[in-house]
Design a protein around this ligand. Structure first.
Ligand code: FES
Ligand code: FES
Length: 214
């Protein structure tokens, strides 16, 4: 009876089933560790190829004018604007909440338009003028938008607040007399999980002079 079905490998191939499976196993570990930014030698006891090392990625120089001041920073081409703002430049006002372009917590104003900073590469923002919540005011000297948020108790956890404030800033810059309908449309890209919407809309209405609009 032939034992071909049980044979580990063809004679002379130098590979048997055990070695083959072991190879697959280590390959999977290598993929997993690479995807987590861990160098493969940590897991395999092997020296990685130069191309696998993140330090070999050519960095790009990006200039961002943030709240009127120019910052020059080296970033990986894949770096997201939100991460560069928060982690490299310490502008932590814009929040990373969904990281999917859905909640608006990361909203900043870029060349006059609101953008989700979590959905934009930093290299695509090179040369741009960016406004973040840090440019609005300080606890000692709040911007009128921030004062109204406090007056109207327009937040609870506050995670959505910087994004809403930047969207309202953009709105009143463009439509200083916006009515409730325009306000709701302009803020449609921002989500408040705490449900502070009526208070937030009231803030915007008072800033646009439509105090009795609700
Ligand atoms: S964190 Fe950017 S849209 Fe939610
Ligand atoms: S205040 Fe909590 S998400 Fe808006």
């Amino acid at each position: 009876m032939s034992n071909r079905g049980k044979q580990d490998s063809p004679p002379g191939s130098g590979i048997n089933r055990r070695k083959f499976l072991k190879g697959i196993g280590t390959g999977l570990v290598g993929s997993a560790t690479l995807s987590q930014g861990i160098l493969p030698e940590d897991a395999l006891g092997q020296t990685p190829k130069a191309s696998a090392r993140s330090s070999d990625i050519e960095l790009a120089v990006v200039r961002l004018k943030i709240n009127g001041k120019t910052h020059t920073v080296e970033v990986e081409p894949r770096a997201v604007l939100l991460d560069v703002l928060r982690e490299k430049l310490q502008f932590t006002g814009a929040k990373k909440v969904c990281d999917l372009g859905e909640c608006g917590a990361c909203t900043v104003i870029l060349n006059g338009e609101t953008v989700y900073a979590c959905m934009m590469l930093a290299i695509d923002a090179d040369g741009a003028s960016i406004e973040t919540v840090e440019g609005l005011g300080t606890p000692q000297k709040m911007h009128p938008i921030q004062q109204k948020f406090v007056e109207h108790d327009a937040y609870q956890c506050g995670f959505c607040t910087p994004g809403f404030e930047m969207s309202i800033k953009s709105l009143i810059d463009k439509h200083p007399d916006a009515d409730l309908r325009t306000i709701k449309k302009s803020l449609a890209g921002n989500t408040c999980r705490c449900g502070a919407y009526p208070h937030i809309f009231q803030v915007a209405l008072e800033l646009t002079g439509k105090k009795g609009g609700m």
